[in-house]
Design a protein around this ligand. Sequence first.
Ligand SMILES: [Zn+2]
Length: 250
Amino acid sequence: MKITFLGTADVRPRADAYCSSTMLEIGDDIYLIDTGAPVAELLLKYGKRPSQIKAIFITHGHSDHFQGIFPLLSQCYYVYGDANFDILFPEKKQADALCDCAVAAYLGTPFPHDRLRFHIPAEGKTATVYDDGVLKATYIPVSPHEGVPHFSILIEAEGKTLLFTGDLSERLKDDDFPKVAYEREIDLVVCEYAHIQAEHLEPCIQKSLAKQFVFNHYAAWRREEIAAFVSDPRYKIPLRAVNDGDVIEL
Ligand SMILES: [Zn+2]
């Protein structure tokens, strides 16, 4: 499986980083975790076609995690008739609004729900929400922020396990680091670094059964802090901050 970090910034995109988005590739199939980056354009840049997308998993309904889905949806609605994928979106109101926007953009035919399929994961419940026989995704609730349901996402594919933490509570005050990382081996944890600090993460990393951690969703002004954190010799597993365009093969 090939993992490409399309966007690694926090809420403020910058010249060298878009907001959160990660692309997983398994053979010709593409899965996106969050779409805060301009994914429609980035897919083209990476030589991909919308018809390769199998599913999109959104951790929560804050724009820096999904704003790039709108151009993609409107293009898949109007231009790419062969696009056919599932979208896991935690908030129904927002999902409905996105469909309405795609239709409004062209004032065309009704939204093609048969090939661009939204699904709303149940709030507060751990559940396997997607399994196409290639990749399985389990949504794990973390604390709601500002009233918006948030999820961590556990991905299993090709015998590997990845955990996307999604956004965690400020300073981990709600102790919402996903406990599954303590219970089973995880090949890669993709951990946000917008709302947390190294001191709060340290016990989670030490207790986890993860083989490696990468950090995304961070502000430019925290670069030095993260560089010191990921090179701290106390950690026995590799830690690294990722940048836009970075690739990891698992
Ligand atoms: Zn965020």
